[in-house]
Structure formats: C-alpha cells, structure tokens
Write a protein that binds this ligand. Structure first.
Ligand code: ARG
Length: 257
C-alpha cells in the first residue's frame, strides 16, 4: 500500500517533469499505453488468489482473454476489496474484476459490463451448529469480508452483530476459533475455504443469488461496449466456459452451457 503510494507519487513527479509518457486525458490514463489495468482483491479463490507471487484465477483469465481481444496487455493490481471501485472511478484502474456483484448501489458510482457468472451468498457454520438456515441468523455474530455483498446482507439481519474482516478466509478462521457463529460469503470461495478448514460446513439453503460483472468508469461507455463485445465472443467460442471449468469442477457447478 505504502509502496504503491510512493510509486504513484514518483510517477506524478515524473509526469510533471516530462520524464514519462503519462497520457493526455485525465481519465483511464493507462489505456493509452495499451495496458488494461485490472483492480482486484486476490483473496477470493477460485476467482482471484495468489499462487506464489502471481495473482491467478477465473477473473484474471477472463480479463486477459478480454485484453487479448482488445489488443491490450493486462496488468493486475491487487488491493483491498473496498478500494476497487474508488480505483476505477479515479482512473487508477481501467476495470474492476473481483467476483464483483452488480448492485444498484454500486451502479451509482460505476458502470457494469454484461454479467459473466451467476453466484450465491452462502452461510458457513461449524458442523453441529444450531444454525440451519438464513432465519436462524437472527441475533447471531456473523463474519463477512469488509465491503462485500455478504457484509451488506448480514447488516440487514435483525439483532445480528457483523464482524468485518479484510479477507474472507480470516472470517472463516474466526469461525473455526468460535469467535463468531457463521460466515456469509460467496459460494465458490466458501467451498474452497471450507475444504481447507476442519469441522465446517456450508448450509444447503443459499442466502441470496447474484451476478458478477466487470466494473468500468461510468463515463467510459466505449470500454464497456468493447468488453461486452469481447465477452460475447468468449461466450460464443466456449472460451468463457473453458476458463470457468478450469477452476470449478463440473460437480460443483453443473456445466453452465
Ligand atoms: N460478490 C461479492 C461482492 O461483490 C464479494 C466479492 C469479493 N471479491 C473479492 N475479490 N474479494 O461484494
């Protein structure tokens, strides 16, 4: 975080001194040098996560396929989830791709492309928990990842205490340690986190249904259109399904074809 600040300050300095090619327009500056900058939060397997020094996952593969369609080069910037929309609105990033759910609230600040995945919010509890469905969350302590839709929905539950964590997995760890009663999080990362932990289960009844899309600056309709065209191409060619199938086994997501 600090390092990034220093780098961007240096960049600003370099721009002022005319040392670097900084792009003339104020917004989406990175587009000019043919780089598509993607803001994400790599704490969300299988959509984005760390593999060694690299950020990999479904969103990274989709974004690089889109970049290829657009003749651009993808650059991934990992940041806190709640920094992604500000990064897009400020032009620091061209796109936000982070298993991001389309919500009316977010649509106030960014534009969304067509959706590329359907998702659910699920409830994770300890095996043997008395919580059997969404209704049992009343009055409970619920862990979420800060700024996510899980956070939003949990906050609406009557008398519930919401514990916000920077990473979804931290919420899951808190559950393992009995610090909280349940975690509300997206279904696919939930499966991965539960598989990595002991004594946890995902409740059958999903909490909500949602759709993921890529966030773009509101005024950048040109980029939205281009990405939608690229997405349509990837859907038609089957490449999108292939990318998803590479990360999600068919038994967990009945091959969406
Ligand atoms: N789908 C949820 C939302 O949009 C959670 C996304 C979290 N993504 C991430 N990369 N951490 O709020």
């Amino acid at each position: 975080m600090k390092m990034k600040k220093v780098v961007s300050m240096l960049l600003v300095a370099a721009c002022t001194m005319g040392l670097a090619a900084c792009g003339g327009s104020s917004d989406s500056g990175s587009e000019e040098d043919n780089t598509l900058v993607m803001a994400t939060n790599a704490e969300f397997p299988p959509y984005e996560y760390h593999e060694g020094d690299e950020v990999v996952g479904i969103d990274v593969d989709i974004a690089s396929a889109i970049a290829e369609e657009l003749g651009m080069e993808l650059k991934v910037e990992d940041m806190a989830f709640d920094s992604i929309i500000p990064a897009v609105t400020s032009g620091k990033a061209d796109i936000g791709a982070a298993g991001m759910t389309v919500t009316p609230d977010r649509e106030e600040s960014v534009a969304f492309t067509d959706t590329y995945a359907h998702a659910t919010q699920v409830i994770i509890v300890k095996e043997g928990s008395e919580i059997a469905g969404p209704d049992d969350l009343v009055g409970k302590t619920i862990g979420v990842q800060l700024g996510t839709t899980g956070d939003l929905y949990a906050t609406d539950i009557e008398d519930a205490t919401v514990e916000q964590y920077n990473k979804g997995f931290e919420a899951v760890q808190a559950l393992t340690q009995d610090k909280i009663d349940a975690v509300v999080i997206d279904g696919e990362p939930a499966k991965e986190f539960v598989a990595e932990s002991e004594g946890l289960k995902i409740l059958d009844e999903a909490f909500t249904e949602e759709d993921y899309a890529i966030a773009v600056a509101k005024d950048n309709t040109e980029l939205v259109d281009k990405i939608n065209d690229a997405l349509a191409t990837l859907k038609e060619s089957g490449e999108l399904d292939e990318i998803i199938a590479k990360y999600i086994s068919a038994d967990s997501e009945a091959a969406a074809e």
